[in-house]
Design a protein around this ligand. Structure first.
Ligand SMILES: Nc1ncnc2c1ncn2[C@@H]1O[C@H](COP(=O)(O)OP(=O)(O)OP(=O)(O)O)[C@@H](O)[C@H]1O
Length: 726
């Protein structure tokens, strides 16, 4: 594989290759002329005391030395250029290969591990190619030329040297497989190490919440220990690869010296010839060592090339084979008989059909995990379905040039990543040739122009750390302006406003609703208050379309949508979303408060206290004494169960209007799961302490809670049992 890489480099840079070869040839010429010069110096100049011959020999040596220096400088320059070109080409093609990849690729190769391929493997390959090409070529040619000269001088001695040279390569045969095996194990652990660093950076909140600091430290320490011990073995084996040939050459030199001296004593070699023979032999020995010194680079490059190949062989989920331009999209987008799986064999959409007219504002709603984002991602071709097709105006998007689809759509995600650049650069990123007027018009439409010009540096304000120096609403509006600048034929929004505080959410949504009058919008949201204002609503449930229609039609259907709607009603949020109250009527929807008289419900509703949590905080922890019941006024939480063996599993995701922890209203028993916030959350809590006296007065509440308690406990026991039995 390395040979192929070397040949490719030669072919791509013939001029630099020529300069390197020229450098090698001059080096050889100089080396051997210097060695041979002893013969002529002693036999033709010194012994006969011939000044003229001495001057010629020294003159030629000087001239060759000078030429060698010039050729050496050119060759070094060529090597530097070739090396830089290789780094450039490899890094760029790796990056180019990464760009069309999607979730499967990023799940297989973690960030740290990918970075290691750029920063470690590619330089290793470059060094091996240059070493082989310059040092290896020089040494190999030198051995051939040196042995040929020696052969003409004294063939028996040369045959002896040739036979002995096998000794030099024996260590390579002995240690090669061991070195390769150790390199593979080492890189396997390096991959784990990089993955852990990557994970601990991304999941630092979860690590703190679950107090995983010690276990993460132990894990990383374990990997580092193993890497250190393999590292020692690896460098020992590799240094033996270097050291053993030196021993072989020393033995060989001693034999040659002894036999050469014998021939000189015997008068079959002149002193000049003997010295020249020895000098050439030393050069041949060094060259053999030079070849053996390239071998460890060869081995290292083999592993690095394999690692690089692993990434390059990974086929993108979306193959950009389509060549036709997608005509202006006008009428509808359709998912026809689509089956799609993230994990092979576990489809999240099965024979899924959906057609959305491209007019007005369409909202796709549904519980967490119902498939909303998946549908959107398929429409945007972030992945292709396993079977079925995604069509715009009846045309399969796989047949169209991908860029011609992307050029017609605008997208805003929940967490719009802004680049570390000025606001201007962030907005024009999708249309670099936009005029100042176009950019400002997009910013105005997104409702952010006035804010930007109010900043000291206006549009030149630099966005730091993905937008930390801006508010959530400002970030989303800039993302919206970025999407609008391309005048998209369809604007897609994936929970674009749900992470914002209520006031900001409302004002950004007003902007979005006004945009819906001039272009079709397809938005994914779980917040029904805004979905209700759209022209049509598609309700997803467990990977299928459960209902569709306007808010009024769906409310009449009395199905999934209506239940979701009612769950999200009955909360009164303060301005800014810092506080909330639950209405007594809303409490009646909770199974354990059903049938309770209005007066008691009013009292209960007043006992709730608003609590705000940032994303990644633990609201309750498994094993802690339960003291409060929680209602989610806004936000998303994950329910995580830890088994006895320490395995953690996410068992549910709860959102606006959901509740948890009602067992705590009955008795102080340990929590059976941990609840972690997935987004900023506003929760309403009811404590046992406040609730208990009321429950004592209303036996119906107690009975309903007891029944709930029993069902919950049975459910949790089943989960724990299934996790522990694995
Ligand atoms: N990268 C992934 N790998 C494996 N499974 C995934 C992946 N992304 C989503 N899923 C699964 O696919 C299903 C649909 O997920 P999707 O994100 O489309 O739902 P959603 O309705 O958008 O949920 P949410 O509102 O929580 O974002 C879920 O069961 C989810 O667990």
């Amino acid at each position: 594989m390395l040979w192929k890489t070397i040949l490719t480099s030669i072919r791509s840079s013939p001029f630099f290759t020529f300069l390197i070869v020229l450098g090698v040839l001059f080096d050889l010429l100089f080396q051997y002329f210097s060695s041979l010069s002893y013969k002529y110096l002693i036999d033709k100049a010194l012994m006969p005391r011939d000044i003229e011959a001495l001057a010629i020999i020294v003159g030629v040596l000087l001239a060759l030395g000078l030429l060698n220096v010039i050729a050496g400088i050119s060759s070094d320059y060529a090597k530097a250029k070739l090396g830089a070109k290789m780094l450039f080409d490899y890094r760029l093609s790796l990056f180019r290969h990464m760009l069309p990849q999607s979730h499967r690729f990023y799940e297989r190769f973690q960030v740290g591990d990918l970075l290691a391929r750029y920063s470690e493997d590619i330089p290793v390959i470059k060094t091996a190619v240059l070493q082989t090409f310059s040092g290896g070529l020089l040494s190999a040619l030198s051995v051939v030329i040196g042995l040929s000269i020696l052969f003409t001088m004294e063939w028996k001695l040369t045959l002896l040297a040739l036979g002995g040279s096998i000794l030099v390569f024996i260590p390579y045969r002995m240690f090669r497989n061991r070195s390769l095996a150790l390199a593979n194990v080492y890189y396997g652990h390096l991959e784990q190490f990089n993955g852990s660093i990557d994970e601990s950076m991304k999941a630092y909140r979860v690590i703190r919440v679950f107090d995983l600091r010690q276990s993460m430290l132990t894990k990383v320490e374990g990997i580092l220990h193993t890497m250190a011990s393999i590292g020692v073995k690896r460098s020992f084996v590799d240094s033996n690869l270097n050291r053993m040939p030196v021993l072989a050459i020393s033995i060989l030199t001693a034999i040659i010296l002894a036999y050469g001296s014998y021939l000189t004593f015997d008068g079959r070699l002149s002193i000049g010839e003997f010295i020249a023979f020895n000098s050439i032999f030393v050069t041949v020995g060094q060259s053999m060592y030079g070849i053996s010194a390239v071998l460890p680079h060869f081995l290292a490059a083999r592993t690095s090339l394999q690692r690089l190949q692993q990434v390059m062989d990974w086929k993108p989920d979306v193959t950009e084979r389509g060549v036709q331009e997608l005509p202006t999209i006008r009428t509808h987008v359709e998912l026809r008989d689509v089956t799609f799986a993230y994990v092979p064999g576990e489809p999240v959409l099965r024979h899924f059909d959906l057609s959305i007219p491209l007019s007005g504002h369409t909202s796709i709603v549904g519980a967490s995990g119902s498939g909303k984002s998946t549908v959107l991602q398929l429409m945007l071709r972030f992945a292709d379905p396993e079977s079925g097709a995604v069509l715009y105006d009846g045309r399969d998007i796989r047949e169209a040039r991908y860029a011609s689809l992307l050029g017609q759509v605008g997208i805003v995600f929940q967490d719009s990543i802004l680049f570390h650049a000025s606001i201007r650069d962030n907005i024009v990123v999708g249309k670099p040739d936009a005029t100042k007027e176009e950019m400002e018009e997009a910013a105005r439409a997104a409702g952010i122009h006035e804010t930007i010009i109010g900043f000291r540096d206006g549009y030149d304000t630099v966005i730091r750390n993905h937008g930390d120096n801006l508010s959530g609403g400002q970030r989303q509006r800039i993302a919206l302006a970025r999407a609008l600048l391309r005048s998209p034929n369809v604007l897609f929004l994936d929970e674009a406003t749900s992470a914002l505080d209520p006031d900001t959410e409302q004002s950004v949504n007003e902007t979005i609703l006004s945009l819906g009058r001039s272009r079709p919008i397809i938005s994914v949201t779980h917040r029904l208050a805004y979905a209700a204002l759209s022209d049509r609503i598609i309700v997803l449930d467990k990977g299928r379309v459960a209902e569709s229609g306007s808010h009024e039609q769906l409310m009449e259907q009395d199905g999934v949508y209506r239940r979701m709607w009612e769950k999200q009603q009955g909360f009164v949020l303060s301005r800014g979303g810092g506080s909330a109250q639950v209405q007594a009527d809303r409490l009646q929807q909770l199974p354990f408060f059903q049938g309770i008289e209005q007066g008691a419900l009013d009292q209960i509703s007043r006992l709730f206290v608003a609590e705000k949590f940032e994303a990644g905080e633990a609201v309750v922890e498994q094993g802690d004494q339960g003291e409060k019941f929680y209602l989610i006024a806004r936000g998303k939480v994950e329910i995580v169960v830890t088994s006895k063996s320490g395995e953690r599993r996410k068992v549910a995701v709860l959102e606006d209007g959901d509740h948890f922890g009602e067992i705590a209203l009955m008795q102080h028993i340990p929590r059976t799961a941990t609840v972690v916030t997935a987004t900023t959350c506003l929760l309403l809590s009811l404590s046992y302490e406040h609730f208990h006296p009321l429950m004592m007065r209303h036996s119906s509440i107690r009975e309903a809670l007891e029944a709930t308690l029993q069902t919950r406990m049975q459910g949790r026991e089943k989960i724990h049992a299934s996790m522990d039995s694995r």
